[in-house]
Design a protein around this ligand. Structure first.
Ligand SMILES: Cc1ncc(C[n+]2csc(CCOP(=O)(O)OP(=O)(O)O)c2C)c(N)n1
Length: 294
C-alpha cells in the first residue's frame, strides 16, 4: 500500500526506515500529550515480543475516533480505525476471523464509556482474548473538551457552563460487576504501560486496562500524579474479588484523595473463542477463515 492510502480505514501500514513499528506519519498530538507515553510503552512491548520470535502480522490494533485513535497511524501494525464507540465489536470480529491474532484495542473514555458502553459490558462477559486500553482523560478531547461519563462534578466547558451535575461512572467497579477477568488501571507513563501490557499479554481472556491520562489542554492534571499509589506495593491480593471491589471505591473519579493503580483483579474463566470447535481448530492449525474458506 502507498502512503496515499493512509486515510483508508483498513489497511496494512507502511514499513518505515528505522523501526519496523514506526510509520511515516508525524504525530499531531499536542506537545506533552500523555498519548506519547502510551504509544512508546505499547511499541516497546510489541518490539520486544517481535524480538522474542513473534511476527508483526501476529498483532492487530483497533482504535475508535478521538485523540487516542491517532495511535493507529503511529504504529505500523495491521488493524482497523473503526467508528467512535465501536472498538470492541471490531476487535471481537477480528478475533473470530482469526483467533491466532493478538488484538489490542484503544479507546477514549468518551468512546468506551459513553458511545461504546454497551460493548464494554458484554466484552467483559464474553471474555474473548482481547487487550483493551481506555485512554481516560475525562473529556471528549478531540471535540474540544466536553464532559464524558467519568468527568468530575463541577467541571465546566462551553457545553456545560453551569458545571457537570451528575456523578461520574466508576469503570473499575463496572468491569468487576460485569465479570471481567483482568481489571487494571495505570497512569499514562511509559513504564506503567509496559508493565501492564506485558501482564495483559500473559493473561488468557479479556484484559481491561484503564489509563489515567490528563489532557494537557482540556483536563490538565488535577493532582493525579501526587495521589497515585501502586497496588503492587501493598498487600493487595488480585485474586480476591472483595479486595478488588474495596480498592475500586478509593477513587470515584470525582474527589481525588488517592488513586490506586495496578491490577485490581485477575481470574480465569473460559475464553469465548475457545468454546467453539471451529475456532479451536483454526487456533490449533494457526490459520484464519480466509485460509480455509474459498
Ligand atoms: C458516532 C459518533 N458520535 C460522535 C462523534 C464525534 N466525536 C469525534 S471524536 C469525539 C471525542 C472523542 O473523545 P474520547 O473518546 O474521549 O477520545 P479523546 O479524543 O479524548 O482521546 C467525538 C464525540 C463521532 N465521530 N461519531
Amino acid at each position: 500500500m502507498t502512503k496515499e492510502n493512509l486515510n483508508t480505514t483498513t489497511r496494512s501500514k507502511q514499513v518505515s526506515h528505522s523501526s519496523a513499528l514506526n510509520t511515516r506519519t508525524k504525530p499531531t498530538w499536542c506537545p506533552g500529550c500523555y498519548n506519547f507515553q502510551i504509544l512508546a510503552g505499547v511499541k516497546n512491548v510489541i518490539a520486544e515480543e517481535i524480538k522474542k520470535g513473534k511476527k508483526k502480522d501476529d498483532f492487530a490494533i483497533v482504535t475508535g475516533i478521538g485523540c487516542h485513535a491517532k495511535i493507529f497511524d503511529y504504529i505500523n501494525l495491521n488493524g482497523i480505525n473503526t467508528l467512535h464507540g465501536r472498538v470492541l465489536p471490531a476487535c471481537l470480529g477480528m478475533k473470530i476471523g482469526n483467533p491466532n491474532l493478538t488484538i489490542l484495542g484503544f479507546a477514549g473514555d468518551g468512546d468506551a464509556y459513553a458511545e461504546g458502553i454497551e460493548h464494554l459490558i458484554h466484552a467483559a462477559r464474553y471474555n474473548s482474548d482481547l487487550k483493551y486500553f481506555v485512554h481516560n482523560n475525562q473529556v471528549f478531547a478531540l471535540t474540544v473538551g466536553q464532559p464524558t461519563p467519568t468527568t468530575e462534578i463541577g467541571f465546566k466547558d462551553k457545553t456545560t457552563p453551569q458545571g457537570v451535575k451528575v456523578y461520574p461512572l466508576n469503570p473499575i467497579k463496572l468491569m468487576l460487576a460485569s465479570g471481567a477477568t483482568f481489571v487494571a488501571r495505570v497512569f499514562a507513563d511509559v513504564k506503567q504501560i509496559e508493565y501492564v501490557l506485558k501482564e495483559a499479554l500473559k493473561h488468557k481472556g479479556f484484559a481491561f486496562i484503564e489509563v489515567i491520562q490528563p489532557c494537557t489542554i482540556f483536563h490538565p492534571d488535577i493532582n493525579y500524579k501526587k495521589k497515585i499509589y501502586s497496588l503492587e506495593k501493598t498487600k493487595h491480593d488480585k485474586s480476591n474479588f472483595e479486595q478488588a471491589w474495596k480498592k475500586a471505591q478509593e477513587f470515584d473519579y470525582n474527589i481525588v484523595k488517592k488513586i490506586p493503580i495496578g491490577i485490581f483483579y485477575q481470574t480465569q474463566k473460559p475464553v469465548f473463542e475457545e468454546q467453539f470447535p471451529q475456532l479451536r481448530e483454526l487456533k490449533k492449525k494457526g490459520k484464519s477463515w480466509k485460509d480455509i474458506v474459498r
